[in-house]
Ligand binder design. Structure first.
Ligand SMILES: [Zn+2]
Ligand SMILES: [Zn+2]
Ligand SMILES: [Zn+2]
Length: 141
């Protein structure tokens, strides 16, 4: 005759409690990866006009009007306010106007910003049967 006093849940409960204690004691110091923030955006130089500590890139007046012979950041190019074509040297390649606005270059082919246009992308399709004039957008076969 066995008087088997079945141990109830206590063993499992104890294991569970041990486990919880373990987690509580071992997880708290392990948060170093949360402490590394993104590097702060370097305050200062405007990507359009290269002025330092004057305004942020998004507020640059060159976005609306680029003065003649202005020095622009290499990541942007000038677009004619009249016809929207890109400037070649200091005036519009299409209509000859000298009023332009700066736009930041953005390549949708390789995803690189402030470096080149898709038509100058090293990853563009060189076997394409037509070429697109980067200044006027004129497509020639
Ligand atoms: Zn600026
Ligand atoms: Zn134009
Ligand atoms: Zn590209």
């Amino acid at each position: 005759m066995e008087n088997k006093s079945k141990p109830p849940m206590t063993a499992e409960q104890r294991r569970f409690e041990e486990l919880m204690t373990y987690f509580v004691n071992n997880t708290s110091p392990n948060v170093d990866f949360l402490k590394a923030p993104d590097p702060p955006i370097p305050a200062g130089e405007c990507r359009y006009c290269l002025k330092v500590d004057d305004h942020i890139t998004q507020l640059c007046p060159y976005k609306y009007d680029v003065p003649k012979n202005a020095i622009l950041g290499k990541g942007c190019s000038v677009q004619c306010v009249v016809c929207g074509c890109r400037f070649r040297d200091s005036c519009c390649a299409q209509c000859g106007h000298t009023r332009g606005r700066a736009i930041l270059m953005d390549c949708r082919i390789c995803g690189k910003s402030y470096d080149h246009w898709p038509d100058m992308c090293p990853q563009r399709d060189l076997n394409s049967s037509f070429t697109c004039d980067p200044y006027t957008g004129y497509i020639s076969f």
